[in-house]
Design a protein around this ligand. Structure first.
Ligand SMILES: Nc1ncnc2c1ncn2[C@@H]1O[C@@H]2COP(=O)(O)O[C@H]2[C@H]1O
Length: 840
């Protein structure tokens, strides 16, 4: 017994090694399609770390999904052998059965193919064999090939090891004599022998392989069953995007019968899904479009995906899509009308007595949220209304009932329906909250007082040369040469421009009751805390946003609406709104479990940090504290304004801020047609009467900084191009870092090898810029905002048509514009500066 256990262990070790070899063979492309080779590859999944030295794994990526070893091995069971020998008293059969008895197992024998299949079917009272030994020596009495095919054609026999017993002469006939047997479904060939030892070794090896295969197949079946019970839509494809498994939700929601199932991913998913699958990313989160069989319109659904491969190449791709539309479909199948009707009445929502009682109690309280009032008003409006009106109101109420009233959903824009995966990627990433970027690799967020400076700028002198002074004189024009300023100030545009605008033009020192020297110190410390290594989110971007805000503040509408302190707060917020930006997004921070993401609970991580750090830097040192002379209440008010504006730059709230602004300051012009819901085309008329309410002025300030923050797309073309190049480079670096650190790739399409910059810009302008700039341009009377955006859009289209895609292409296109050659490297990043070393 002891000997047997030792023997078993060493057999298993050798077998595992052989299996690893089998899986390595797949790396070199020499895999065999035989069942034996397949079993070998699967088994390699279960190797334990101690086994690793057996093979060279240095060049292989680890499997992305963790499969617990426990799922892949089942404890050894007593061996069950079935012998198929037509001859009644076969001595070979007797030797095999004797070996099984010695190994503590049980053997049965049958004489025909029919009995074999019967034995497999009678699994209720007979145990399924681990191993079937077939006498393949007498084709005239038993067609061993036919039998193997029949066994393999029977359900749940994949794990059974089939051994063909052949004559020595057959085996020695040629080198490839085994191939027809493997093709038929045999795992092993055994030359006829009466040696009990040889049979013992053979059946033990086979038993080990059979139980590993059985455990693995059972594990796959368990995972498939789990997938079937998920409400998420799940599909697994091979590397050719052939769908290997689609769960019930996928089939049901997309309108396929489970048994027929879509064959290729492209039958049911948009091009971006295919591109994600082949992007090389191991893990991603991005919306994809799915096509339902029953409706022509594709739907955009959030999807998480992963590429799985035991070797460097991908073998499977997993798509997990949110089940939003599954719910829709289910509702559609039930009594739609009654569900909707019911939804108007809060009491009918509760299905059990307890909830009904508590809801009734709630209704009795003098508490009511505005949204509840709106829903109940709309509900009342349906009474006696024509059916078409009722239908529209019910649709509206359904929308109002979602908790995410301002969550963006891509419009069903025919231009985008064709799907631009890059735009989908970009807009999806900008608008979604949650795991994003990290400061981790660059510096700790907690050591804000010792920072990487934008340039070596200890002992900075605020000296304006003639050229710089001339440039700063043009600081209030929309085509202000921001990159020239970056060059002339050697990467320190913010302090110079800040002083010129804040002190020179807006005299915020009077409003803040501070001196210019303190303001300069403040600007310097803020600028110092921007990262010059970032291609986009550096202090040039801050200066650009500051310049835009200053430009907007000069417009009559804002001059009359905003108090001097509010204007000062807006300029300060603009200057500091991205301070200490790590060059990666909030999602990256969350994914990387960075301390800032932990600190801010994955919510508004970067914006919270920018706002908090602004005040930390300011209050830390009297020499930079521009607020030190303010009355407590005034300080509170300025602080509130600055924080509110910085937080408003968070793109996940983009549509919320835009919608609120438009709802308050634009009214649909007359004549809304009762029976026509499609009023998108109706002109919006500016209505500024709401400005009398302070809460509406807040919307203006938020909109102002938001527009300034992304105003690069509404600048003259040469600037817009350079900003587009810079943001793309920063996105690419994030993708590189995510891949290097094996983090989820937030924007897989932003891969420098494949991304089309013109398309990203077209999407950005279409989805983020146009509506917002139209609303803001109308409000402050600045049509050039929209005109530039349109011209840039048209130019990007031309470039896209001309095949421009990469950064290098864009650089070439830029050379035709009168822009100083883009910096190929970033401004110098050396010096480390403390917060207090600035000198005038
Ligand atoms: N031209 C552009 N193209 C694509 N994305 C942009 C562009 N300009 C700004 N953005 C994005 O819009 C975001 C606005 O907020 P942030 O400055 O945090 O980060 C910005 C970028 O992610």
């Amino acid at each position: 017994m002891i000997m047997l256990a030792g023997q078993e262990a060493s057999i298993e070790l050798v077998q595992r090694w052989l299996q690893r070899r089998g899986s390595d063979d797949t790396d070199t492309g020499s895999s065999s399609g035989s069942p034996g080779a397949r079993a070998g590859r699967r088994s390699s999944l279960a190797l334990t770390p101690e086994d690793e030295p057996l093979v060279d794994v240095a060049n292989r990526s680890p499997p992305p999904a963790n499969i617990p070893n426990a799922m892949l091995y089942s404890p050894p069971e007593p061996l069950e052998l079935l012998c198929v020998f037509p001859e009644r008293a076969s001595r070979v059969c007797a030797a095999a059965c004797a070996a099984v008895a010695r190994a503590g197992g049980e053997a049965r024998s049958v004489r025909s193919a029919r009995d074999t299949l019967e034995a497999l079917r009678r699994d209720s009272d007979t145990k399924q064999p681990h191993v079937i030994v077939v006498d393949a020596r007498q084709p005239q009495t038993l067609d061993a090939f036919l039998l193997a095919r029949a066994v393999r054609g029977t359900k749940n026999t994949q794990h059974i090891i089939l051994i063909a017993v052949v004559k020595k002469s057959v085996y020695l006939k040629d080198d490839f004599a085994v191939l027809p047997y493997l093709d038929a479904g045999y795992n092993r060939i055994m030359v006829e022998t009466l040696s009990a030892t040889a049979w013992c070794a053979e059946v033990l090896q086979s038993r080990a392989a059979a139980s590993a295969a059985r455990a693995q197949i059972a594990a796959v079946a368990a995972l498939a069953a789990a997938a079937d019970r998920c409400r998420d839509l799940i599909a697994v494809t091979d590397e050719q995007q052939k769908i290997l498994l689609a769960n019930k939700s996928w089939s049901k929601v997309l309108g396929w019968r489970v048994e027929e199932g879509p064959k290729q991913l492209s039958d049911t998913a948009g091009g971006e899904a295919l591109r994600l699958a082949t992007s090389g990313a191991r893990d991603w989160e991005a919306p994809i479009t799915l096509r339902r069989r029953t409706t022509p319109d594709p739907v955009l659904v959030p999807c998480r995906g992963a590429a799985i491969g035991l070797t460097k190449s991908t073998s499977h791709v997993v798509f997990v899509c949110e089940p939003i539309h599954a719910l829709e479909t289910e509702r559609g199948r039930g009594s739609l009308h009654s569900i909707r009707r019911g939804s108007l009445d809060v009491r009918s929502v509760a299905s059990d007595g307890l909830r009904r009682t508590s809801l009734a109690k709630l209704q009795g309280l003098p508490l009511e949220a505005p949204i509840t009032k709106v829903i109940s008003l709309l509900s009342t409006a349906t009474e006696g209304a024509p059916p078409s009106t009722v239908a529209y109101i019910e649709r509206a109420v359904d929308m109002l009932r979602t908790s995410e009233l301002y969550s963006p959903q891509m419009r069903d824009d025919p231009k985008m329906r064709v799907e631009d995966p890059i735009a989908t990627d970009l807009i999806g990433a900008l608008l979604s909250q949650g795991p994003t970027n990290t400061l981790s690799s660059r510096r700790s967020s907690n050591d804000s007082t010792v920072v990487r400076s934008q340039t070596n700028r200890s002992n900075i002198k605020h000296k304006t040369t003639g050229q710089l002074r001339e440039l700063l004189d043009t600081a209030l024009s929309w085509d202000f040469e921001i990159f020239k300023l970056e060059e002339l100030t050697r990467g320190r545009p913010l302090a110079h421009l800040g002083l010129a605008l804040m002190a020179g033009r807006f005299d915020i020192c009077s409003a803040l009751e501070c001196d210019e020297r303190t303001l300069l110190h403040w600007l310097t410390i803020v600028e110092t805390n921007y990262h010059a290594v970032n291609t986009y989110h550096n202090s040039t971007h801050a200066a650009d946003v500051l310049q835009a805000v200053a430009y907007f503040l000069e417009k009559d509408r804002l001059k009359t609406v905003l108090e001097p302190l509010e204007a000062a707060a807006a300029l300060l917020a603009a200057a500091a709104h991205d301070v200490d930006h790590p060059g990666t997004s909030s999602a990256f921070l969350c994914n990387a479990r960075h301390p800032l993401a932990v600190l801010y609970n994955d919510v508004s991580v970067l914006e919270s940090h920018h706002a908090a750090l602004t005040f930390k830097l300011t209050l830390n040192d009297d020499r930079v504290n521009i607020f030190k002379n303010l009355e407590r209440d005034t300080y509170k008010q300025v602080r509130h304004n600055v924080i509110d504006m910085i937080l408003a730059t968070e793109m996940t709230k983009h549509f919320e801020h835009l919608a609120k602004f438009v709802n308050v300051f634009y009214a649909k012009s007359s004549g809304s047609k009762e029976d026509n819901m499609h009023t998108d085309q109706e002109p919006l008329a500016l209505d500024t009467t709401a400005l009398s309410l302070p809460e509406n002025v807040v919307l203006v300030k938020r909109m102002m900084i938001k527009c300034a923050d992304v105003s690069n797309a509404s600048r003259p073309q040469k600037f817009a191009f350079e900003w587009a190049r810079r943001i793309a480079e920063e996105y690419f670096l994030q993708t590189d870092e995510e891949k290097a650190k094996d983090l989820p790739v937030v924007m897989p399409m932003f891969d420098r090898a494949t991304c089309s910059i013109p398309r990203s810009q077209i999407g950005f302008i279409d989805y983020i810029i146009m509506d917002m700039m139209e609303a803001w341009a109308g409000f402050i009377d600045m049509p050039e905002l929209v005109n530039h955006a349109r011209q840039n859009h048209a130019r990007w289209h031309e470039l896209d048509d001309a095949g421009v895609t990469t950064l290098a292409d864009v650089r070439r296109a830029q050379r035709h514009l009168a822009l100083p050659a883009p910096t190929t490297t970033n401004p110098p990043t050396t010096g480390t500066t403390t917060t207090t070393t600035t000198e005038e």
